[in-house]
Design a protein around this ligand. Sequence first.
Ligand code: NAD
Ligand code: TDX
Length: 356
Amino acid sequence: MNSILVTGGAGFIGSNFIRHAFEKSGFKGRLVNLDKLTYAGNPENLADMARACKGRYVFVKGDICDFKLAGRLFKKYKFDAVVHFAAESHVDRSIFGPKDFVETNIHGTFALLEAARSAWTGRKDVRFHHVSTDEVYGSLGPKGKFKETTPYDPRSPYSASKASADHLVRAYRHTYGLPVTISNCSNNYGPYQFPEKLIPLVILNAMEGKPLPVYGDGKNVRDWLYVEDHCAAIWRILAKGRPGETYNVGGDCEMKNIDVVRSVCAALEELLPSPENPALRGRNYENLITFVKDRPGHDRRYAIDFSKLRRRLGWRPSVDFAGGILRTVRWYLDNPGWIKNVRTGAYRKWLKRNYS
Ligand code: NAD
Ligand code: TDX
């Protein structure tokens, strides 16, 4: 690969992936990051990378729904691979406002597929990798795991929009022969995650002595994966995966939400003991746990069978939850400037100075 288009590279997983590409994968070519910079996109995540890889890293502020822009970028940069992360990604937001999810996740994926199809007619030495989620498979009972062959059963506007995108990607393979791969991954956590998702939200609230909201009875189960392991899996699929194949990615780490929240509290007690945190005013972190109204249509349990990826491409997670959560909590404690900027939107001013 000489020239890669990454979409949504200013978000949580995308920025970790770009870091992985430049620092760990041995990639020597050019990488273009196309990102609209919604509330979730923050180019500051990659400011050091942009300096270190000047000439090889290009940032383009733009919308994946803009077919003409995608066409121009394909022409100018002659991509031989696309890694498509850009999406509206938060389930709660999709419940209160599904429109952007349909626009970006479905229409945006369609526009990129069209741009790739017209730029790559007849080529087999190229690759379109679509990053998707385990939520397309629906909700599990107490037993079993999602396999690549599990029928789709999306139940939130977010998962329905991702499922639609997955179907479009597969249709472009079957109809036009586009060399695509898809990965369906479980819940990620780690540095640079926007503080609307469970783990960073709980870390920040706990640091500030605010309530830690747990939906419903707290017994919904998710399968957690440290973000760097997800990035390594995507790189492996990009380099070695077979066109037309889907690969499930997971952490082999099923946990009830209440136990995830307790683990965050325990990691904070270790790194910033509650008696030394004035915001706690004599309480400990677990005292902040507050059960709140459940999410509408809340999926009960996700669990991923990633044996295909392990068997065929030799990938497995390398970071366990105990180690990953300590690293994650430490990162948020060490980066108060990032937290402040993300919350106040100051990074948008930074962006104006640097990219206008
Ligand atoms: P994120 O919300 O942190 O980042 C999304 C990025 O996409 C942002 O930088 C945003 O500015 C950009 N974007 C949004 N709309 C755009 C548009 N129309 N044009 C261009 N850019 C746009 O999301 P994330 O958590 O990093 O997730 C990345 C991908 O991984 C998504 O496709 C998501 O469905 C998938 N995924 C996420 C998880 C998870 O746990 N976070 C798990 C499995 C799969
Ligand atoms: O405040 C909260 N309290 C709470 O109990 C929040 C924000 C969440 N939750 C629960 C809901 C879920 O069962 O915690 C669990 C995790 O919630 P999120 O972090 O919002 O993630 P989830 O809804 O599972 O979806 C995530 O994983 C799959 C990502 O946001 C998706 O982009 C990805 O596809």
